[in-house]
Design a protein around this ligand. Structure first.
Ligand SMILES: O=P(O)(O)O[C@H]1O[C@H](CO)[C@@H](O)[C@H]1O
Ligand SMILES: O=c1cc[nH]c(=O)[nH]1
Length: 286
């Protein structure tokens, strides 16, 4: 293409010098909420001891209200909204952006929230494989009128490195497990508290227990397409989500604001330690 307009990011190859703006990016962290991703960028700014206090960090995508993007040294922090369609659009444009900027050796990590199954709320789950609602490691992309099935395996070595790093980040339990990705927060995750519900509490528990038996430890809404797209495009990718509740116990999220904020910081803390290690800022990886 003579010109590539990354419409939802409000960036383009003719309007912006993408190699100058993004050429040094080595880590991309993504998550649903714009505020969380801004807070993460400000946190990374401090952790990397960059100049200034980072409070006035600029949203690179300020020209659109679809997504937010912040850059702190080699770390890009981007929001993706909720659900597969939203993250998939962002990933198409982000991956093209990294290509146009001639970035190399990029690691991409989703830092999110999730519902746990059979584990303590506040636990952090590092995903080994993202699975669909049938507990299958696949993402079905509709292309024209075909269903194309894509693999959702994530980088096992990266997951193990993150688990090792978590051992040096005390204060919360961290584990590796499968993550189930759904198309909905309510009926799609077996909740009884949505506007619509057509199944019993027994059926819900039976489903969630079968998920647990199949290795699923948490449920969220983006991991399958994230794993599939990053895998196909050759990006080293990980999904690290804190659990806000145990779905075998309840459906409603009734955490106080302070607890919710602290829980959301857990994956950020782990990833910041990981990035600092990778950059050689605090010793060697174990
Ligand atoms: O916390 P984030 O990153 O938004 O992720 C989870 O939270 C949202 C639902 O509340 C879904 O997007 C789910 O995947
Ligand atoms: O239960 C939950 C909590 C957060 N995000 C989800 O997708 N599900």
């Amino acid at each position: 293409m003579d010109e590539d307009i990354l419409y939802h990011l409000d960036l383009g190859t003719k309007t912006h010098n993408l190699p100058a703006m993004f050429g040094d990016v080595k880590f991309v962290c993504v998550g649903g909420s714009p505020n969380r991703m801004k807070a993460f960028a400000q946190f990374m700014h401090k952790e990397l001891q960059l100049e200034g206090d980072g409070e006035d960090i600029e949203d690179i995508c300020a020209g659109t209200d679809r997504y937010c993007m912040f850059k702190t040294g080699p770390v890009l922090s981007i929001s993706h909204g909720m659900g597969i369609p939203s993250i998939s659009i962002m990933l198409h444009e982000l991956i093209k952006l990294l290509h146009h900027a001639r970035c190399c050796d990029v690691t991409i990590i989703r830092i999110g929230t999730s519902g746990g199954i059979g584990i303590a709320p506040g636990s952090v789950v590092i995903t080994d494989t993202a699975v669909d609602s049938f507990f299958k490691p696949r993402f079905e992309q509709i292309i024209l009128d075909n269903v194309v099935t894509r693999s959702t395996e994530l980088d096992k070595e990266l997951a193990t490195d993150l688990l090792n790093c978590s051992r040096e980040t005390p204060g919360f339990p961290t584990l590796i497990g499968h993550t189930m990705c759904t198309y909905d927060f309510y009926e799609g995750q077996g909740r009884l508290d949505g506007a619509l519900c057509s199944f019993s509490r027994e059926k819900k528990l039976d489903y969630l227990k079968r998920a647990y038996k199949a290795g699923v430890r948490n449920i969220e809404m983006e991991s399958t397409v994230f794993a599939a797209m990053c895998g196909l495009c050759g990006l080293r990718a990980a999904v690290v989500c804190v659990t806000l509740l145990d779905r075998l116990e309840s459906d409603q999220i009734n955490l106080s604001h302070d607890v919710l904020v602290e829980y959301q910081q857990r994956p950020q803390l782990l990833i910041s330690n990981f990035i600092k290690k990778q950059l050689g800022l605090c010793g060697q990886m174990s």
